[in-house]
Design a binder for this molecule. Structure first.
Ligand SMILES: *Cc1c(COP(=O)(O)O)cnc(C)c1O
Length: 233
């Protein structure tokens, strides 16, 4: 199937259930991204800051770029002018840095808090206690240039569906709990980003509102690059 056909069929599946597709284009060249763009795809996810910046410069300006990989505080400045959403916020320090640079550009940057749900050591993210601590911190309320849109999580890389289901269920429960206790008045706390190529059906069954698909849309990535950044595949 061509990229366009795949995108169209996934979008047809997602539209009626209100799930948003992030096309994960990391390691893929711009001509491939343009194929997806021509098929109507506008939200793309990247996990490396430099790659994200270069692609933003090279590609149409109505693309909404999501950062989905670990972000170092000293690199926030490069993406703050244009990034549409940062899905991988894993500390208050990082959130404050994003706020600072968003202010400089007179923007409000949408963020997701990344929660650690996998049964693996190599993943980034906040655990439950850290998440609550962040939300309760006095300085959190003063951050006027970031908007917390929801949570993001990555399930364990396993064939065992039971494990994956349990992790997605846990993240959805956490999302609901946090929405009620911390964001009751914020209709914009509405995004639960969970599900990748191998597990997005399970994620949707468990309440995902945003899936991040790479290999399903674009084919396999060069393993070396992926390993370098994730160490889990
Ligand atoms: C690479 C990546 C994806 C997409 O992975 P696929 O298995 O190719 O769909 C999704 N989310 C994150 C955080 C990633 O790093």
């Amino acid at each position: 199937m061509s990229i366009a056909t795949t995108i169209e069929s996934v979008q047809t599946e997602l539209k009626p259930i209100g799930v948003t597709l992030v096309a994960v284009s990391k390691t893929k060249p711009v001509d491939i991204i343009l194929e997806a763009y021509a098929a109507g795809q506008r939200i793309f996810g990247e996990n490396m800051v430099q790659e994200l910046v270069e692609k933003h410069e090279a590609l149409p300006k109505d693309i909404q770029w999501h950062l989905i990989g670990h972000l170092q505080t000293n690199k926030v400045k490069y993406i703050a002018p244009f990034v549409s959403m940062i899905q991988s916020v894993d500390s208050l320090k990082l959130l404050k840095e994003i706020n600072k640079h968003a202010l400089k550009h007179n923007r409000v940057i949408d963020c997701l808090l990344q929660v650690y749900i996998a049964d693996e050591d190599s993943k980034f993210g906040l655990d439950h206690a850290e998440l609550i601590e962040l939300l309760r911190d006095d300085s959190f309320g003063e951050l006027q240039h970031v908007r917390i849109r929801g949570l993001m999580g990555i399930a364990t890389n396993t064939e065992n569906e039971k494990v994956i289901r349990a992790e997605f269920y846990e993240l959805k429960s956490l999302f609901d709990g946090i929405k009620t206790s911390f964001f009751r008045k914020d209709a914009t706390f509405d995004t639960l980003s969970m599900g990748m190529s191998s597990d997005y059906q399970l994620a949707i069954e468990n309440g995902s509102t945003m899936i991040r698909l790479g290999s399903t849309l674009f084919g396999k990535r060069v393993i070396k690059h992926f390993k370098l950044n994730h160490g889990n595949n």
